[in-house]
Design a protein around this ligand. Structure first.
Ligand SMILES: [Fe+2]
Length: 163
């Protein structure tokens, strides 16, 4: 019975976020990076669901902060190179998001229990980031000559599976 009650507040899905085409901005390179962020949030979800403890959670949050920084700097470089008119406000938004995850990380490190509300906060920030912010710059980048698909290997492949 306790189990059934718990299921009312927590989705029975194994994933916090399931990637779908509705999250695609239409630029494969960016989509691949967003998928990595989705994977990290799902990893965090699993760690919390299965009570892996604060130390494991902090490790995942570290990965999330690091990868989010990488992803945001890729986006910011692209926006700058391609003269995206809303660059400043998008960059500001990125800074706020990084601050929020860092804050969360600090709380967990200080022993605070991270609950499902916080996971929902993270889920919202990522889906909002993609669906509201990134969807806006995508048409600009495509118009400026960014390729929708890469013909050869992704940057991950180039970095980690170099021949
Ligand atoms: Fe993004």
């Amino acid at each position: 019975m306790g189990h059934a009650a718990a299921n009312l507040s927590v989705s029975s899905s194994q994933e916090l976020i399931t990637w779908s085409d509705s999250l695609s901005v239409g630029i494969q390179e960016i989509d691949e990076q967003h998928k990595i962020l989705v994977d990290l949030l799902n990893k965090l979800y699993l760690a919390i669901r299965e009570h892996h403890g604060n130390e494991a959670t902090v490790t995942i949050l570290d990965e999330l902060v690091d990868y989010t920084r990488i992803h945001f700097s890729v986006e910011e470089s692209l926006m700058r190179i391609l003269d995206y008119p809303d660059y400043e406000s998008h960059k500001h938004h990125h800074e706020l998001l990084i601050e929020q995850i860092n804050e969360l990380r600090r709380k967990v490190q200080n022993g605070k229990h991270i609950g499902f509300e916080l996971l929902h906060f993270l889920k919202n920030w990522l889906t909002k980031h993609i669906m509201e912010e990134d969807m806006e710059y995508a048409p600009h980048m495509l118009k400026k000559g960014v390729k929708a698909n890469y013909e050869q290997r992704s940057w991950m492949d180039r970095l980690f599976h170099r021949r």
